[in-house]
Design a protein around this ligand. Structure first.
Ligand code: SME
Length: 175
């Protein structure tokens, strides 16, 4: 799918519908990950990490492979940097960034968008792309809006993220 303005608007509307329809936080987060992964070719791997104490713990994810980084201390890696600062990180060339924690050999660029609730970072959206410098201002804008929409649903799962880390495939549709 080519990424037109309509693609971004359509994805935001789809997430808005999910947030309004779904009762369970787990369903909101899982379906949001699916929408983002399935609607944008340059979103090769999409995951949500949730803050648990001083760590980020992997929640729902969708992509070709599982990551070994299911728990990342806040402050480590690109994920940990975004959680520590509360500011979106866009890395055009992951191999040129010393902070980068490698997950997949095919990854070329990455965006990490913090999810804040009442001023505290409670999670983040992490997207790896196989395309160099894949993330543009429209991606940042979309994902920061998605983060706002799903933020209330990142609180009730605080005692549950480990369940996601164990789950092979990350989502029921994944192989
Ligand atoms: N690359 C991330 C680690 C998470 S994987 O991309 C899924 C980082 O540097 O923090």
């Amino acid at each position: 799918m080519s990424t037109t303005t309509d693609s971004y608007r359509g994805a935001l509307e789809a997430v808005d519908r999910i947030v309004n329809r779904e009762q369970e936080a787990d369903d909101v987060l899982r379906k949001t990950v699916e929408v983002l992964h399935d609607r944008f070719d340059h979103y090769s791997w999409v995951g949500i990490y949730l803050v648990e104490g001083d760590d980020l713990v992997l929640g729902p994810w969708k992509g070709p492979q599982a990551t070994e980084h299911v728990r990342i201390p806040i402050g480590e890696g690109i994920c940990g940097a975004a959680a520590a600062s509360g500011v979106t990180e866009i890395v055009d060339d992951v191999n040129a960034d010393d902070r980068y924690l490698a997950c997949f050999v095919s990854t070329r660029s990455e965006i990490v968008v913090p999810i804040a609730y009442e001023g505290s970072v409670v999670g983040e959206i992490d997207i790896d792309s196989d395309v160099p410098a894949a993330f543009r201002p429209e991606d940042r804008e979309l994902l920061e809006r998605v983060a706002l929409l799903i933020s209330p649903h990142c609180l009730v799962g605080w005692d549950r993220p480990s369940q996601w880390a164990e789950q092979v495939g990350g989502s029921p549709e994944a192989p």
